[in-house]
Design a protein around this ligand. Structure first.
Ligand SMILES: Nc1ncnc2c1ncn2[C@@H]1O[C@H](COP(=O)(O)OP(=O)(O)OP(=O)(O)O)[C@@H](O)[C@H]1O
Ligand SMILES: [Mg+2]
Length: 139
């Protein structure tokens, strides 16, 4: 398979830096779907991405809050599908409106509720390679 990107991330820092680099390609309206197992580095990637957008404060996982919103160089909506599988709840929270607003929407565990993810979503896949190493690829 010829992937657009396929690399090994050898530490948390490398994953963070990958997010930082990736942020340079972002435009308002982009939707990212982050796919990969628990602790594979999805949130670490988002932390680096926000740093790259000059957000200099703490970034936390939206696992429990479901949605975190950041005012950075671009508006960023950071979403996690992991703990809420009720599609109606997401509709009530206003997920669709959020996606339609100006800004970047990033969805961890986007594969869990594919019916909520717009067609123009760009997927980034993370895999455990060993204890410290992760593989990231974009199809
Ligand atoms: N190469 C690596 N890249 C990223 N994280 C790593 C790496 N090696 C070890 N880690 C550790 O793995 C964990 C990754 O956590 P993170 O919250 O980013 O994962 P996640 O994919 O968002 O998990 P979840 O599905 O629970 O939201 C951290 O504890 C980090 O220190
Ligand atoms: Mg996470």
């Amino acid at each position: 398979m010829n992937y657009k990107l396929d690399k090994i991330l050898r530490s948390e820092e490398e994953t963070y830096n990958f997010g930082l680099e990736y942020s340079k390609n972002l435009q308002s309206g982009d939707i990212l779907g982050l796919i990969g197992d628990l602790a594979v580095g999805k949130t670490t990637f988002v932390k680096g991405l926000l740093k790259g957008l000059n957000y200099n404060y703490e970034v936390n996982s939206p696992t429990f809050t479901l949605i975190n919103e950041y005012v950075a160089d671009l508006q960023v909506y950071h979403i996690d599908f992991y703990r809420e599988d009720n599609v109606l709840r997401w509709k009530n929270i206003g997920l669709q409106e959020m996606i339609n607003r100006n800004g970047v929407t990033i969805i961890e565990w986007a594969d869990l509720l594919p019916q909520l993810v717009p067609l123009n979503c760009k997927y980034i896949y993370f895999e455990h390679y060993n204890d410290q190493y992760r593989r990231v690829y974009i199809k």
